[in-house]
Design a binder for this molecule. Structure first.
Ligand SMILES: Nc1ncnc2c1ncn2[C@@H]1O[C@H](COP(=O)(O)OP(=O)(O)OP(=O)(O)O)[C@@H](O)[C@H]1O
Ligand SMILES: [Mg+2]
Length: 462
């Protein structure tokens, strides 16, 4: 792999991460910005007043004397800067101004910097009050002038060796130096972004949901026979109008239909249970549309709602609910009377019926086997919607009585171990697993990137 390819791949990974985890990144930036704003608001504003001191040495008139004097002053400024921040001067300033603070706390407010190779010292005083900052800066500088005169006058002499002049006095500062609003905010954004990316990577590493056909095939040990996109329209109208609809999702169902007929060519499955590991994986919606897709190609299809605990097929298709599978199994109504014609050509529905107290028992009964056999005799295909495998045994029992089951796997939601457990449940009752179907694959972002809509023998480019 060339370097540019490597970089492109990393960039692609990064973009994919941003697309799938942008909520994490945005939330992290938001939290960091809120923290930055809170810190900014909670910081007491500090004002800074500054003075500039000039150091000179008493020198003679000759050029060399002047030079010597200058050297002398330059050497002095470093020590002076230390003295300016020292405790003695702080105490003298506190006394002079009659401040209600200790010398140590005043020391904290003072900083003095000597500019190298110059004879200048800048003194800065920080204080919550701008006026007091100025007063302290000026008083401290004046005191320092006096202090230097005392220190630099040799015993018995009159004139000191060095002198300090307050070259620039402090004025009342107009705006505080801290908090630095813009800096804090920028820091918040940058820190939040970096943290967000880190979190996103960690979440990605910890994500053990099924997201690729390789993983899906490895866990189920069967082929992936379909990939159904996430399509918001399906929440309003679960049934696709196959006659008029050529959307991508309709095409996916047509492909799924074709793949079903290839499953076992000599004896293709005709009674198929649609199941999944956990609730809300799109079983009912997919079952309805598999049935409709089969009906579109001229088959006579029966759709059975085998989910007696949370029946939805009648709701999704605007049919009558109370008379159906459970009513037939209890012997209250004959099968022919419970079947409902639908507005779709070739599709007949057996709703779930009233919820019985013992769905598993009913579905395991001889009567259930008989009903399925009767349906098989009258229809080209019998599609059975069912309940989640990890919740109850209903769908495993149904699958054992049918030609096999298709397992729905909601993209990026179903965890690997959940799927593995569901597959084991099916094997446990001796049911045939016909194939796996990805449901609700996001059409943009990660989904489109990680999952290519290709099945047996098709090229991956599509
Ligand atoms: N392809 C899809 N695109 C968008 N939304 C979908 C799709 N398939 C199903 N949904 C929505 O997901 C939700 C669950 O779908 P559905 O009822 O079909 O799942 P289920 O597995 O049968 O659930 P349950 O376990 O409760 O029976 C519904 O709101 C449905 O509208
Ligand atoms: Mg359902």
């Amino acid at each position: 792999m060339s370097d540019t390819e490597g970089v492109a791949l990393k960039l692609q990974d990064f973009l994919r991460l941003m697309r799938t985890r942008w909520i994490t990144v945005c939330a992290s930036v938001l939290v960091a910005v809120v923290v930055a704003i809170a810190v900014t608001l909670m910081t007491t504003p500090q004002y800074q007043a500054s003075t500039r001191l000039f150091v000179s040495a008493s020198a003679g008139n000759s050029a060399s004397d002047v030079y010597q004097g200058n050297r002398f002053s330059q050497e002095r400024v470093v020590s002076y800067a230390q003295l300016l921040m020292g405790e003695t001067l702080a105490q003298r300033t506190v006394d002079k101004l009659g401040l209600d603070m200790t010398a140590a706390s005043l020391q904290q407010k003072v900083s003095a910097t000597a500019k190298t190779d110059t004879v200048l010292i800048d003194v800065h005083v920080l204080d919550p009050s701008p006026v007091r900052a100025r007063d302290i800066a000026n008083a401290l500088s004046d005191e320092f002038v006096t202090m230097v005169r005392e220190l630099e006058t040799p015993e018995g002499a009159v004139t000191p060796d060095a002198r300090v002049v307050v070259e620039q006095r402090a004025t009342v500062p107009s705006s505080p130096v801290t908090p630095k609003k813009v800096r804090n905010l920028l820091l918040g954004v940058v820190a939040g972004f970096v943290l967000g990316i880190g979190l996103a990577i960690v979440r990605d590493l910890l994500d053990n949901t099924v997201k690729s056909r390789e993983v899906l095939e490895e866990i189920t040990d069967v082929g992936v026979v379909g990939g159904i996109q996430l399509d918001k329209e399906r929440r309003k109208n679960p049934a696709i109008l196959f006659g008029k609809d050529n959307s991508a999702i309709a095409e996916s169902f047509r492909k799924l239909r074709t793949n079903l007929s290839f499953l076992t060519v000599d004896n293709p499955p005709r009674v198929i249970v649609v199941t999944s590991s956990i609730p809300n994986e799109g079983k009912s919606t997919t079952a309805i549309n598999i049935a409709l897709a089969l009906a579109e190609s001229g088959n006579n299809v029966a759709l059975v709602d085998g989910d007696m605990r949370r029946p939805t097929v009648h709701k999704y298709l605007d049919l009558v609910g109370p008379v159906g599978f459970s009513t037939v199994l209890s012997g209250a109504v004959p099968l022919t009377e419970a079947l409902q014609k639908t507005q779709f050509d070739g599709l007949t529905v057996l709703a779930a019926g009233t919820t019985p107290p013992n769905p598993s028992e009913l579905l395991a009964s001889q009567a259930a086997t008989k009903v399925l056999a009767e349906l098989r005799a009258h229809f080209d295909y019998v599609i059975v919607d069912s309940s989640p495998l990890l919740a109850v045994t209903d769908s495993a029992i149904l699958a054992a009585n049918a030609d096999g089951a298709l397992i729905m796997v909601r993209y990026g939601q179903t965890k690997r171990e959940q799927l593995a457990q569901a597959v084991e449940t099916l094997h446990g009752v001796g049911a045939t697993l016909l194939g796996a179907v990805f449901t609700m694959i996001p059409s943009k972002g990660s989904g489109a990137y990680a999952y290519s809509y290709s099945y047996y023998g098709e090229s991956k480019e599509k």
